[in-house]
Design a protein around this ligand. Structure first.
Ligand code: FES
Length: 495
């Protein structure tokens, strides 16, 4: 039996490792937040780690994905690499949390004291902030890929994975990850005790956190085992957890929190698009809320794209065409190592301008933005499906309410993707109607912002529960109008 030492930031641990064990298997058991973006299917080349010691040499497929420079620097892909004795693995610290977990909330009365955690369990990304509740000061924050990522990219795959791998596996994975992130936040802030947490997320994510079987959420009539809106039976960092109320099977507590953070019910016709793996949309009119959810997939969060990544250091976040030259801006001006959601929208706009892609999304060949970041035909199709789903959802909601886009007074865009989105690019590729461009307000991670409001002002919890109870949800799954819009919205054309 060999020993594997895992170095992760300031943490180091050693675990027994039988010869022949796959490195990714041990990493997933020991570091729940370690992500396998293609579920270990040997296609993404993103499970990169630095390895020293006794491991099997790489074979041709892994060599092709990594390239000679990475291999000679000791980099391996965890889902290829088999251990054969003692080894040390160093996990790359790739992501800066400061970008995606950004949130802005309306002015708030702070009624609570002590420290508390606000958490948004996204299908793709988990964001956490530690607050001093008396002042609203953010003391620490963490952002990580959802540790259930290896069980599939969307909520349906996760629900199916509960049948094949057991509910306790997925449930334990997310609770383990939150415990790990909470410990890191508290360590960072130098505190040993918190008073409470508020954990929000879509309906499936909250069922998985709570350890409730989400199977009914995936089949008609889409019964909801629990809407939540009360205390969790679990604790986080030893403190009680409040779970905000969900609206229905596909419009979750994250939407309710984002509605709160956006001040969407403050009057007039207002629209909220929370653009994540689940595109959640809400239309407020005369104090009433009409919502729907549309399966956008993880492409806007940078996942599932050949060079995709979150908006972290080195991600291309903006692309422009100046005198026939492509200019890329990266997060923190770090060397480009991938592209995030806002960057890919800009890239597609530039590709349309440069005539390397037509409005059906057809590409003659891969488009290189720089030496190591390129856009493939498959990437374009992923974005095309995602943008058609979001845009068709918007148009269906508006049609249902007998409203046109120009009647919207304020258009709030939430999601980490939204905080750096270029509205000109979004309208140029037809992500949303051009009439909304000058009405757009970015609220960052609205779900996290709303969770932090509930953490610091207990009275708002009753308001949020009322919002969820009174909201109407429109099902898009068998909606003929949605299908028509979806087909029309496939085109990369402004409208
Ligand atoms: S997880 Fe995709 S190549 Fe390893």
């Amino acid at each position: 039996m060999g020993m594997l030492t895992i170095v992760h930031g300031n943490c180091r641990c050693t675990v027994p490792a039988a010869p022949g064990t796959l490195l990714s298997t041990l990493l997933q058991q020991t570091v729940p937040s370690f992500a396998l973006p293609c579920s270990g299917n040997h296609t993404c080349g993103k499970c990169r780690v630095q390895v020293q010691g006794f491991v099997e040499p790489p074979e041709a497929e892994e060599r092709a994905l990594l390239g000679t420079a990475a291999l000679s620097a000791g980099i391996r892909l965890a889902c290829f690499c088999h251990l054969c004795g003692d080894a040390t693995v160093i996990l790359e610290q790739a992501h800066s949390p400061a970008i995606l977990s950004q949130s802005r909330t309306p002015s708030l009365v702070y009624t609570e004291t002590g420290f508390g955690l606000a958490v948004d369990i996204g299908t793709t990304t988990v964001a956490m902030q530690l607050f001093d509740r008396a002042s609203g000061t953010i003391l620490a924050e963490q952002l990580a890929s959802n540790a259930q990522g290896s069980f599939g990219a969307d909520v349906i795959s996760r629900i199916q994975a509960c049948k094949s791998h057991g509910l306790h596996t997925l449930s334990g994975r997310i609770r383990g990850q939150l415990a790990e992130m909470a410990a890191a936040c508290m360590h960072q802030a130098g505190i040993s005790h918190i008073a409470e947490s508020v954990v929000t997320g879509n309906t499936t994510m909250l069922h998985l956190f709570e350890g409730l079987d989400p199977a009914p959420l995936a089949v008609a009539p889409f019964d909801v085992p629990s809407h939540f809106g009360g205390s969790s039976r679990h604790t986080l960092a030893g403190a009680p957890v409040y779970l905000p109320r969900c609206i229905d099977a596909y419009v979750g507590a994250d939407t309710v929190c984002a509605v709160l953070a956006a001040g969407l019910l403050s009057g007039g016709v207002q629209f909220l698009a929370d653009i994540g793996t689940n595109g959640e949309l809400a239309l407020a009119q005369n104090g009433r809320l009409l919502c729907c959810a549309t399966a956008a997939g993880p492409a806007f969060e940078g996942a599932g794209l050949s060079c995709g990544m979150p908006a972290a250091a080195g991600a291309i976040r903006a692309v422009t065409l100046e005198q026939n030259q492509i200019r890329c801006e990266t997060v923190q001006d770090a060397p480009a190592c991938g592209i995030c959601g806002s960057g890919i929208l800009d890239a597609l706009t530039v590709m349309l301008q440069a005539d390397v892609m037509d409005d059906t999304g057809f590409l003659e060949e891969d488009f290189a933005l720089c030496d190591n970041v390129r856009i493939t035909q498959r990437d374009v199709r992923q974005i095309q499906l995602a943008k058609a789903a979001v845009c068709a959802g918007m148009l269906t909601l508006l049609e249902h309410a007998a409203l046109s886009p120009d009647q919207i007074k304020r258009f709030c865009i939430a999601g980490g993707f939204g905080s750096t989105l270029n509205c000109d690019s979004a309208t140029a590729i037809g992500l949303f109607p051009a009439a909304l461009r000058d009405k757009a307000a970015f609220i960052g991670n609205g779900a996290l912002g709303g969770a932090s409001m509930l953490l610091m002002n207990r009275a708002l919890r009753a308001d949020s529960e009322r919002i969820a109870r009174e909201a109407a949800a429109l099902s898009l799954s068998s909606n003929a109008s949605f299908t028509e819009h979806y087909v029309a919205c496939m085109s990369f054309e402004p409208f």
